[in-house]
Design a protein around this ligand. Structure first.
Ligand SMILES: C[S@@+](CC[C@H](N)C(=O)[O-])C[C@H]1O[C@@H](n2cnc3c(N)ncnc32)[C@H](O)[C@@H]1O
Length: 382
């Protein structure tokens, strides 16, 4: 176990959970009948949510010590703390027949790839919850934040009710959640992001926010997500969303020139899962990986690596990083199976050796590689 990191454990200071609850009560005029904190920790949000006139306040938490602290610190007959694992908990049966719920809290800040690295069991069973297809389902695209998974599970359970979900999360998670709600046609009245200073609140540098989603029992949808500052919740800072079915990441910047089909085929997530093996830089005429170790590799499978921050400049003309992109088909000659095997082995020889060197490292991290040679080099993490 890796303690705090495995459980994405950043307890919210009480002053901030109170600020959040006061905002929800005063500015959003919420009057919930039931409040649920899905990963309540030592109970900051449970305590702060006593300001609402709810008849029931339920906290779920995996850590028994935290549950004990919660019970000792909060003496109120409306509060119930359940020491259980959110991933195996039957949330739908807990909320059955209830409406006007408020789900408030701060789910774990960790992603499934980091947890796999620890060999952690604190991972939901259903990893491909966005129903990704093909290689996306088994490589980087299926890497996800545990926080995102929890919020999407909550949305799924509360679908068709007039409930509000108010969660602290990374801003990137909030955007993904909005996009996923649109993809799955979730009934929602509004989706807002209120950015706050994570350095001040949690002592860490990250772009994070309070995500407030108002679900609806009616067939309705919000196409735009407004972004505010938590300190000035009445002024829209920016917004993103859909206009005529097209997603715009910043609606204040009118940039229609960038919409349309790109002549390149883009692959996402490759670097993220296996960056220690796949990410390379160039020194002189050599590719160099991780700890400045020179790696001899065929150029056919190495492509420029473009990070999202690089899109700040309109033309990207140089690359400091490269990435080994595994292929479904080789660019070599297609040779019949029997003798083709040896020829292709030769073609990929250096690449193969470079990857095999890493195998032990990844096996230690409970990661396995498949190698399928003969017209294919295919590598994935499970
Ligand atoms: C980011 S902390 C936030 C705690 C609390 N919500 C707060 O705002 O102070 C995340 C919490 O999630 C708990 N947690 C992690 N995995 C969990 C799981 N599978 N089920 C329930 N709680 C979990 C951790 O123990 C930790 O207390």
């Amino acid at each position: 176990m890796n303690g705090k990191r495995e459980y994405g454990d950043y307890q919210t200071p009480e002053y901030f959970s109170l600020d959040v609850c006061q905002y929800l009560k005063r500015e959003r005029q919420l009057t919930p009948s039931v409040i649920i904190e899905p990963t309540c920790g030592v109970g900051s949000f449970i305590k702060s949510s006593l300001i609402f006139d709810a008849s029931e306040i339920i906290g779920i938490e995996i850590n028994p010590e935290y549950c004990k602290t919660c019970k000792e610190n909060i003496a109120d007959s409306r509060v119930r703390i359940l020491n259980t694992d959110f991933f195996s908990f039957n949330l739908k049966s807990l909320i059955k027949g209830k409406d006007q719920l408020l789900i408030v809290g701060n789910p774990p800040w960790v992603n499934n790839s980091t947890l796999s690295g620890f060999g952690s069991d604190n991972i939901p069973e259903k990893k491909n919850f966005k129903n990704l297809k093909g290689i996306d389902a088994i490589t980087g695209a299926s890497n996800f934040d545990i926080c995102e998974y929890i919020i999407l599970q909550l949305i799924d359970a509360l679908h068709g009710t007039n409930s509000t979900i108010a969660m602290l999360c990374k801003t990137s998670v909030a955007r993904n959640v909005f996009i996923e709600m649109k993809r799955t046609d979730t009934n929602l009245t509004s989706c807002d992001i209120l950015e706050f200073n994570t350095k001040k609140v949690f002592g860490v540098s990250a772009s994070a926010c309070l995500l407030v989603i108002t679900l609806s029992a009616e067939k309705t949808s919000a196409d735009i997500c407004n972004v505010y500052s938590f300190d000035r919740p009445s002024e829209v800072v920016s917004s993103f969303g859909y206009v005529n079915g097209t997603f715009y990441s910043d609606l204040s910047k009118n940039s229609p020139d960038f919409s349309g089909n790109c002549c390149f085929e883009w692959r996402q997530g490759v670097k993220h899962d296996c960056s220690k093996v796949m990410e390379l830089s160039v020194e002189g005429t050599h590719f160099v990986k991780g700890l400045r170790e020179s790696v001899d590799i065929e150029k056919n499978y190495v492509f420029p690596l473009v990070k999202s921050s690089m899109f700040k400049s309109p033309i990207i003309s140089s690359f400091s990083k490269y990435v080994l992109v595994t292929q479904k088909k080789s660019t070599g000659k297609h040779i019949p199976h029997s003798d083709g095997f040896s020829q292709n082995m030769e073609l990929f020889n250096l690449t193969q050796r470079a990857i095999l060197k890493e195998e032990e490292f990844y096996l230690q991290k409970r990661t396995r590689f498949f190698y399928v040679w003969n017209r294919r080099l295919f590598l994935c993490k499970i």
